[in-house]
Design a protein around this ligand. Sequence first.
Ligand code: G4P
Ligand code: NA
Ligand code: NA
Length: 194
Amino acid sequence: MKLLKEKIEKEGNVLSDTVLKVDSFLNHQIDPLLMKEIGDELADRYADEVITKVLTIESSGIAPATFLGLTIGAPVVFARKRKSLTLTDNLYSSKVHSFTKNETNEISVSKNFLSPEDSVIIIDDFLANGEAVKGLLDIAEQAGAHVVGVGIVIEKGFQDGGKQLRKQGIRIESLARIKSLANGKVEFFEDGEF
Ligand code: G4P
Ligand code: NA
Ligand code: NA
């Protein structure tokens, strides 16, 4: 996706060989016009599927997921990372380990908002080791929902998540795929290149 790549090139900060900071449009400040395009592009890529629900995880998955939901006319459910006061039982939950942060979080979704009748798309901002996506897949499976695939804003192709998930036969559409962050430079995969 051209606009997204340009935005990453212009505003992204390479913090290390593995971490890209995109606080000005995705992870802190949000660019709604870019999010609208992201939602439309994800809807296009999955136009062949019937989707009844968009599933993501707080916090940075919510913006792209919501714009997709707006475009396709489906509700958006986000997994919570902390138990809320009102969300206490009747939950699907899964453990998500972050290698980046070296911590494990329990994520949860109310049983009220996912069912075996649902066809779900899983959305997240970054795909690194794939742990968040695996947790969301686990939750969808517990609900008996059908998963049509995954939509990612930025995939770091030099980490293993995308490869592992594709090997399991899971469809993943990533709008920008990064080949390398070495030497402070963002290098993208070409379309169709893996
Ligand atoms: P994984 O799910 O693919 O295994 O990813 P990982 O554990 O490495 O990611 C932990 C958190 O760090 C996630 O955000 C993820 O989106 C984010 N992340 C991973 N790599 C990068 C990166 O290169 N740049 C940026 N900006 N973020 C990255 P989170 O803790 O869930 O936070 P939130 O932003 O969704 O609230
Ligand atoms: Na995220
Ligand atoms: Na994030």
